[in-house]
Design a protein around this ligand. Structure first.
Ligand SMILES: Cc1cc2nc3c(=O)[nH]c(=O)nc-3n(C[C@H](O)[C@H](O)[C@H](O)COP(=O)(O)OP(=O)(O)OC[C@H]3O[C@@H](n4cnc5c(N)ncnc54)[C@H](O)[C@@H]3O)c2cc1C
Length: 531
């Protein structure tokens, strides 16, 4: 072998980079190998059209773990989060719902729709804070393994039980409901205003092949709510320079700690000998040795494509095959000559600086899912729109704008035809849907990029285009992610670890999987089990 490292990290997405940085700071020699020409994975900024820089995939940030920002000193490496103020939901009758970060103003706005809901909104916010406080520490915890008699894991389970008992009685009930109910049913318990419930329930379906009325979506809603509670910094925000700037800040910290990073370096095989990983093979047969190998690619890519056939047992591979991806999201990125003009709030203004949610009613959301269930893209999709250039003018030429549409549903498996055939028709549907609320839209589009689930799979190696490297459904979370018995970053192959979003605590620009995986690797090193 040409060269050998202590650790090789497959994938230069933000989690791979976080793992690399922590390992290098602990004195290990680390190499990161990224398949694409640019770092970041799904947290990437690219100049898709001359002068227009897009957060091509992920577009807003909130869950990035504060301990990572602190420990890697990310602001010094260029991280800057700019606030995203609120969500505007235009309504077909020309009215709107506009929730902002200012609680009193939002309360007044909800009051305009329903005085009862304005009262309930305060109570709901308090209840969600309690739930998020319970769940948040889990994000920084290595999941216990209830299938083994490991004492440390048992202690962690006990601790969870104790914290559950410390919740108020209604809090305990709510938590169980959140774990089992649909987002729409849960919100029905609190509110009567349809548009409010619809736009809030949208967080429950992000990255899942579920509808707002499907059980389990209430938890996904909580997962996305967690960033909204801790004051301005951890509210949802834009990263200056796009979400790629987050990855580049982490890469900066990693390089400073001594990490070597190579782009355009796809790993073709993970080398194994006697049941342990020993390095990787690159195109052309170049071999690089590694005492440990961490893969931030998803389990399908890692175990079914990169591991040598026969190196993993059939039961484990069966579990890997059972892991659900079911991509259902797409992205439409638009370069604009001017700002869209919404009928419900004409002209430019602060309402364009936050998210704009096309989620006018619960029925609209569920019907969007109905199309997907039967293998078609939604004829009237849910769209989450942001215009980052209003907050960060560096991403577009003067006077021009970038507009990002996150769209559901775009099922990976179509009943008829292929995504290559349907890409532009889908793009037209998204533009038509948005233009119904902002009639000048079609006139101001300079360029359009449409990314289907197939494109996410081809270009970002996200199996079936799932944005979180596997659905965030309850049966795939915590000690079950990605495979029961293998949720603690280790794999059946010694010295091979997973460190991406397919591991606990899952998807989103969080960095938590990368950090926790690196800390587990270092523990194994200290215990002497790495060799
Ligand atoms: C369309 C879209 C919208 C999203 N929106 C948001 C959002 O607004 N906010 C949010 O918080 N999250 C969002 N997410 C989710 C979030 O971006 C991801 O969960 C997160 O970025 C995943 O990071 P990761 O490092 O775990 O994996 P990835 O980003 O998937 O990184 C894995 C890396 O491994 C590389 N790789 C794969 N195979 C190989 C190989 N054989 N050799 C070398 N390299 C390889 C890939 O190229 C990739 O760079 C979105 C995701 C998508 C796709």
């Amino acid at each position: 072998m040409a060269r050998s490292y202590d650790a090789i990290v497959i994938g230069g997405g933000h989690n791979g980079l976080v793992s690399a940085a922590y390992l290098a700071r602990a004195g290990k020699q680390v190499l990161v190998l990224e398949r694409r020409h640019v770092l970041g994975g799904a947290a990437v900024t690219e100049e898709v059209f001359p002068g227009f820089r897009f957060s091509v995939c992920s577009y807003v940030v909130s869950l990035l773990r504060p301990e990572i920002i602190r420990e890697l000193d990310l602001p010094r490496h260029g991280l800057e989060i700019l606030p995203l103020d609120g969500t505007l939901t235009p309504m077909p009758d020309g009215d709107h719902l506009w929730r902002v970060n200012d609680h009193a103003r939002t309360r007044r706005e909800i009051y305009r729709h329903s005085p009862t809901d304005a009262e309930a909104y305060d109570e709901y916010a308090k209840a969600m804070v309690e739930m998020a406080r319970f769940v948040k520490p889990i994000l920084s915890m290595v999941p216990p393994d209830p299938f083994s008699l490991d004492l440390a894991g048992f202690g962690r389970l006990l601790d969870l039980g104790r914290r559950f008992r410390r919740l108020s009685r209604p809090g305990q009930h709510r938590l169980l409901q959140l774990m089992t109910m649909s987002a729409a049913d849960m919100l029905d318990q609190w509110f009567e205003t349809d548009v409010l419930k619809a736009t809030m329930s949208a967080s429950g379906i992000i990255g899942t092949f579920l509808g707002v009325r499907s059980p389990g979506t209430a938890y996904v809603l909580l997962h996305h709510y967690m960033g909204e509670i801790d004051g301005a910094f951890r509210s949802w925000g834009f990263s200056r320079g796009g979400t790629g700037a987050i990855s580049l800040a982490i890469a900066g910290a990693a390089r400073e700690a001594g990490v070597e990073i190579r782009t355009q370096s796809p790993v073709e095989r993970i080398r194994t000998r006697n049941g342990r990983a020993t390095g990787v093979v690159l195109p052309g047969g170049e071999e690089v040795g590694g005492t440990v190998v961490l893969s931030s690619a998803d389990p399908n890519v890692t175990f079914l494509r990169l591991c040598e056939p026969g190196s993993l047992g059939p039961e484990f591979l069966e579990e890997v095959r059972r892991y659900k991806f079911r991509g259902s999201s797409a992205k439409v990125n638009l370069a604009l000559d001017a700002l869209p003009d919404f009928t419900c709030l004409p002209g430019p203004g602060p309402h364009l600086r936050g998210a704009i949610s096309i989620s006018p009613s619960v029925e609209y959301m569920e019907r969007a899912y109905d199309d997907a269930k039967y293998g078609e893209f939604s004829r009237h999709p849910y769209i989450d729109v942001v215009i980052p250039s209003l907050t960060d003018p560096s991403v577009a030429p003067p006077g021009k704008h970038v507009l990002s549409c996150f769209v559901q549903y775009a099922p990976y498996k179509l009943r008829e035809g292929t995504w290559d055939e349907k890409r532009e028709a889908f793009g037209d549907t998204v533009v038509d849907t948005l233009a119904a609320y902002a009639p000048n839209l079609k006139r101001i589009i300079l360029h359009r990029q449409v990314l289907t689930p197939l494109d996410l799979e081809r270009e970002w190696s996200l199996t079936e285009g799932n944005i979180f490297q596997g659905e965030l459904s309850l049966e795939q979370l915590f000690f079950l992610r990605p495979v029961p018995g293998w949720a603690r970053y280790r794999t059946p192959l010694r010295n091979l670890y997973l460190c991406g979003s397919a591991t606990h605590p899952g998807g989103g620009i969080m960095g938590a999987p990368g950090r926790l995986a690196a800390l587990e690797v270092l523990k194994d090193w200290d215990r002497g089990t790495v060799a």
